[in-house]
Structure formats: structure tokens, C-alpha cells
Design a protein around this ligand. Structure first.
Ligand code: ASP
Length: 348
């Protein structure tokens, strides 16, 4: 096996909100078509694209990276043991949901009313089965409930109390008190967002709110792809707002060639059908995965006024991790089994 090549593309594009660094980190394998029968498994994870460079202390960085490594180990352990891509993304996302650093499960952001309303989705690329849940408040690991919707119900998406009632009938879905999800950091962020809103600061409405959604994409040894995403949504959300994360085709998508999990300002990711658009560009447009992902994140989303990033993987094990924010908490295990974790745009 040859050592995967890497490309870092960066460009400054002018937008009304100022100049932002656009960076796409991609990892590609020149011998992409060499292996088909026994594919080397590949895994990528993210913990959100809302990294703000000035607030990243060495202590936070070390602690976040440790949790990213734990999630990588959990997911990749499944793949190394011959497990499925669906099992791997579910395991990786559970580990990220259990970390208070990310906006999913423990550590989810608060709604305007001071609640934690959780959304998640999962898709199996080999069958194109999918499951999603939105607005649950008592399910410890929302990704597992999304998976149960996919595997144990005739439906794709369940919401709120109905989703929880379904979950109570499924063995292995843990229920917790809503207070389990509380962290002081997220509570402070809600207070700040409400204050900014009162002062009519536009940033209170979206950008600069800390995207910390988590997700995973995997290619297993049998060449199957899967994607999963889990989130608390956006700080100060109200009226039952649901973002892109549980929307199949927007925040999560997987088919036989491509798997994507997104993070960012969800309204824009829904409008651009981000995850499906990337996979459609790969399938219909025959675009390389890195080009497809870069175009959608660096051109389509900023042109609409949104921001964020994705992790994407194709059937040859190529990984693309573009984002148009300061950073994106991310990690991946490449086709040579090497682990990587990175946060800011200039880290690989
Ligand atoms: N995409 C998520 C949402 O809009 C937020 C995030 O990425 O953290 O709900």
C-alpha cells in the first residue's frame, strides 16, 4: 500500500460578513482502486465546526483531543474486529455523546426555555436504510434511538414524546433525567445568547454560536459505508426548531459510494441538502469526493450566508474534511491505520 497523499487547499473569498479562512483538508489515496475485495477500514469523526480560535486554551485542546481519540478508538475497534460501518459510526458517536465537550448528549446546548432537545440520525449506505429522531429530552444516547428507528420500526423519523415512547419499548435504550445533559458552560452560553438577543446583536441568531454537533462516517472491511450525526441543535433555539442533523440528505447521508456527516448552521445545510448534494456530485457528476465536499462547503454554503463543515468518505477510503470556520474538531484513521486528530484549520 502506498502512503496516502494529502492536499491542503486554502483560499480567501469575500463575503458580506468579512473575510474568513476557507480551508479544506483532504486525505486521498493514489491507489484508490487497488483494493476492493478486502478493504482496509477507514473512519472519520467530528465534534463540531464551531471552534473559536481565541477561546481554545491548551487545557481545553488537550482534553478535547483525548475525547476525540477515545471516540476514534471506540469506532475503529469495531472496524478492526471486522464489524460493520453502522456499528462503528454508532459506537464512535456514543463516545462523543458521552463527552461533555460536544453539543450532543451530555453537554448539549440549551433551548431558549432552558431545555436540552436532542436530534440524531444514522444511515446505512449499503442498504440506504435510515433512522432519525428529533426533540427528545430523556434519551441518553440519541444515536442509538435513531438506529432503533432504522432497524426496529417501519419509519425513518420519529419526534418528541412519540420517539421516546418508541424508545421505551426497545431494550438497550437508556433513559435519564433531563438534568443529566446540563453543563455550566452551555448554561452560560444560553444566558449570553439571550442577553445578545435583547441587545439585538445579529450574532445571537446563528454564526458565532458554538457548533458542537458530533458525527462519524466509516468504511468497513466489506466496503460498506455508513454515516451518523447527533446534536443538541443551536443555543437559544425555540418553537421546536430542528436543524439539519436529523434530516437525511442534509446533515447525514450514505449510499454505496459516499457517506457524509455535517456540522454548522443547520438552516443553510437543510436548504442546500448538503450531505446528499456531496454524494450526488460524486455519483452523477463523477466528481472526486474532495472536490464535491469542498465545492459545497466553500462555495454553496457561504454563498447562501451559512457556515460549517462536513466529514465525508468514499468507497475507496478517501476522506475529505472541509470547513469554513476557524476550526472543526475532527479525527480520522486512514487506510494505513494511522490515527489523526486536529482542531484548527492549520492542523492536520
Ligand atoms: N448543525 C447543527 C444544527 O443546526 C448545529 C451544529 O452543527 O452544532 O442543529
Amino acid at each position: 500500500m502506498t502512503v496516502p497523499g494529502r492536499a491542503l487547499a486554502a483560499a480567501f473569498l469575500p463575503f458580506s460578513y468579512g473575510m474568513i479562512l476557507m480551508t479544506a483538508a483532504t486525505v486521498s489515496s493514489p491507489d484508490a482502486h487497488a483494493e476492493t475485495a478486502a478493504t482496509r477500514p477507514v473512519l472519520a469523526i467530528h465534534g463540531g465546526a464551531g471552534v473559536i480560535r481565541s477561546t481554545l486554551t491548551p487545557e481545553i485542546e488537550a482534553s478535547v483531543k483525548a475525547d476525540l481519540r477515545r471516540a476514534l478508538d471506540a469506532g475503529y475497534g469495531v472496524l478492526e474486529a471486522g464489524g460493520s460501518a453502522v456499528d462503528a459510526v454508532a459506537r464512535a458517536v456514543v463516545a462523543l455523546e458521552d463527552s461533555p465537550h460536544f453539543n450532543a448528549g451530555k453537554g448539549a446546548v440549551f433551548t431558549h426555555d432552558g431545555r436540552n432537545e436532542l436530534d440524531a440520525s444514522i444511515m446505512d449506505g449499503s442498504t440506504r436504510r435510515a433512522g432519525a429522531i428529533a426533540g427528545v429530552t430523556r434519551v441518553r444516547n440519541p444515536v442509538l434511538l435513531a438506529r432503533a428507528v432504522m432497524e426496529r420500526s417501519p419509519h425513518v423519523m420519529l419526534i418528541g414524546e412519540g420517539a421516546e415512547a418508541f424508545g421505551r419499548s426497545i431494550e438497550g435504550i437508556d433513559f435519564v433525567e433531563p438534568s443529566y445533559f446540563h453543563t455550566d458552560v452551555r448554561w452560560r452560553q444560553l444566558r449570553e445568547a439571550i442577553e445578545k438577543e435583547a441587545q439585538r446583536e445579529p450574532s445571537a441568531q446563528g454564526r458565532a454560536i458554538h457548533y458542537g454537533t458530533v458525527g462519524a462516517v466509516a468504511l468497513d472491511a466489506r466496503g460498506r459505508l455508513a454515516a451518523a450525526t447527533s446534536t443538541g441543535g443551536m443555543t437559544n433555539k425555540r418553537w421546536g426548531r430542528v436543524g439539519d442533523s436529523p434530516i437525511i440528505g442534509a446533515g447525514t447521508y450514505a449510499d454505496a459510494r459516499c457517506a457524509v456527516s455535517a456540522t454548522g448552521w443547520g438552516e443553510f445545510f437543510i436548504r442546500a441538502a448538503v450531505a446528499h448534494d456531496i454524494c450526488a456530485r460524486v455519483e452523477y457528476g463523477r466528481q472526486a469526493l474532495a472536490d464535491a465536499a469542498r465545492t459545497v462547503i466553500m462555495e454553496t454554503i457561504p454563498a447562501l450566508g451559512g457556515d460549517g463543515g462536513v466529514i465525508a468518505i468514499d468507497a475507496q477510503g478517501q476522506v475529505a474534511l472541509p470547513f469554513n470556520t476557524d476550526g472543526m474538531y475532527r479525527g480520522w484513521v486512514d487506510r494505513d491505520g494511522r490515527r489523526h486528530v486536529a482542531i484548527l484549520a492549520d492542523q492536520r
